[in-house]
Ligand binder design. Structure first.
Ligand code: NAD
Length: 481
């Protein structure tokens, strides 16, 4: 099928390349001319595993081309709208890019078009889109509007396209449903087309959920809000663990072993970020208000998340007292590993707070430094974790990149000014760090390396007593000066 994808960002470019890979003829368009120029010269505007080769191969075969939105709209029978829907000041989604694409479709396209809303939008947007296309239609355009929410995760977006948990189609006409089934047929029926695994995960039938457009739109916002809720929930429980002297790793394992709950998204930390959860949660709260529904549950999910940054900074302050003049190594800037995306990344918010208190920051991220530089000048960007740790008073782990899990602690012990690791992602093994003389502070777990004297004065706010079962101190743990 001749398909057009409008918006060549994380969602649009991935969708375009994957649709080309499964055999469609795809035109990918963007109104950012620099981005188009880059793509046309074989460069990707962002990092996503496996996408580079997929784009190059399909561009070389001629199945994937990059062009202007107008040309893409003129030529595509199915038009995927994948433009950004960033938050407005009020928290509502800004739909101006969607509206602008709709106007171009209405004024440019002729014959029949299937207009597919893939961007994340508030419920009832497809209805508005339909009305808008009808009002601005000047060429007797015949069209359907479909909601096809996107669930890809940055960092595993290509794999997610070929092995989705489900495909949701919100449509109001049999013709639209039939076209959507045709578009996704290779993924629904033959996962062997996957270009990234030599052995794909066991073949299972991909659930195809066909519904009305309002329900499809709600599936997306409700899914992201639920996942955000799970993260805030486990962060609350982690706080309780910390206060009561329990271990969140074991508590999460115990909770998640219940099949009704599951293990995923039970990792405590510095909170969720990225271009989806924070903005989609806010937008869903505003949608609830507009619909007259009580969404206070979700407001609290957001509040808990916002507090994570301040709580982490308080941990740093607790260990280092005054931050002015201290050197802090930050490992990880992206909002999650395997991406260069720093939009709404908690690491950046933490860095800003630490800078405001007068700390000097030396940061390293395997992929996200270029993007972070635009948002966060005034810190030193380093070429390796060890370079960042040079003469640092503490190493702060803020993104769970695999390479931060087991670095050469012996080498690092020689480099740092003070052997302290504050881990916002619970990535490391406390025993290993203690063995190299590092004090290790993480989230919701007992500390191994507290000096005896400090532990004696430690009081549980819940019981008013010292923790009953103190974990053993490592003999090699270096005491605080
Ligand atoms: N990033 C994710 O992980 C993810 C996952 C699922 C859903 N989504 C949703 O998908 C949508 C896109 O997200 P993204 O991360 O790809 O955003 P992005 O910012 O990476 O990409 C959006 C692209 O749209 C282009 N654009 C904006 N207005 C345009 C216009 N009028 N005409 C043509 N191009 C235009 C921009 O230049 C940009 O390249 C959002 O609604 C987002 O919430 C994102």
């Amino acid at each position: 099928m001749q398909i057009s994808v409008i918006g060549a960002g994380y969602v649009g470019l991935t969708t375009a390349a994957c649709l080309a890979e499964i055999g469609h003829q795809v035109l990918c368009a963007d109104n950012d001319l620099d981005k188009l120029k880059k793509l046309n010269s074989g460069l990707l505007p962002f990092f996503e595993p496996h996408l580079d080769s997929l784009v190059k191969n399909n561009a070389a075969s001629g199945r994937l081309q990059f062009t202007s939105p107008t040309e893409a709209i003129e030529r595509g029978s199915a038009i995927f709208i994948c433009v950004g829907t960033p938050p407005l000041e009020s928290g509502e989604a800004d739909l101006s890019a969607i509206e602008s694409v709709a106007r171009t479709i209405a004024s440019t396209a002729r014959g029949y078009r299937l207009v597919i809303e893939k961007s994340t939008v508030p419920v009832q947007t497809a209805k508005r889109l339909w009305k808008h296309l009808a009002i601005y239609n000047v060429n007797g355009l015949d069209f359907d509007v479909v909601s096809n929410p996107e669930f890809l995760r940055e960092g595993s977006a290509v794999g997610d396209f070929f092995h989705p948990d489900r495909i949701v189609i919100g449509a109001e006409s049999p013709r639209a449903v039939a076209m959507m089934k045709e578009i996704y047929a290779p993924v629904l029926t033959s996962p062997a087309a996957c270009p990234i695994h030599s052995h794909c995960p066991p073949v299972h039938e991909v659930p195809l959920i066909v519904t009305d457009t309002n329900s499809a739109e709600l599936v997306k916002h409700a899914s992201n809000s639920f996942l955000a809720m799970k993260i805030s929930f486990i962060n609350l429980v982690a706080d309780a663990c910390e206060a009561a002297g329990a271990d969140i790793a074991k508590v999460a394992e115990g909770i998640g072993s219940d099949q009704r709950i599951g293990q995923s998204f039970l990792n405590p930390g510095i909170g969720f970020g990225g271009f989806c959860f924070p903005k989609d949660l806010q937008a869903f709260v505003r949608i609830g208000e507009k619909l007259g529904c009580d969404f206070s549950l979700l407001k609290e999910v957001e509040n808990i998340n916002l507090r994570r940054v301040e709580q982490f900074v308080a941990k740093v302050r607790k260990e280092l007292w005054v931050l002015r003049g201290k050197t802090l190594a930050i490992w990880g800037l992206a909002f999650k590993p395997e991406t260069d995306d720093v939009r709404f990344a908690p690491a950046l918010n933490i860095a800003r707070r630490l800078l405001a208190e007068g700390a000097r920051i030396r940061a390293y991220d395997p992929q996200a430094m270029q993007k972070a530089k635009d948002e966060l000048p005034g810190i030193t960007y380093c070429l390796s974790p060890n370079e960042a740790a040079h003469r640092a008073d503490a190493i702060l782990i803020l993104t769970e990149w695999a390479e931060f899990r087991r670095p050469d602690w012996a080498e690092l012990a020689k480099t740092v000014a003070h052997p302290l690791v504050i881990d916002g992602r619970n990535l490391c093994a406390s025993e290993e760090l203690a063995a190299h003389g590092f004090q290790y502070v993480c989230i919701g777990r007992p500390q191994l390396a507290l000096p005896t004297a400090a532990k004696e004065f430690e009081v549980s706010p819940l019981l008013g007593l010292a923790p009953l079962a103190s974990p053993p101190l490592s003999a090699s743990a270096r005491p605080l000066p």
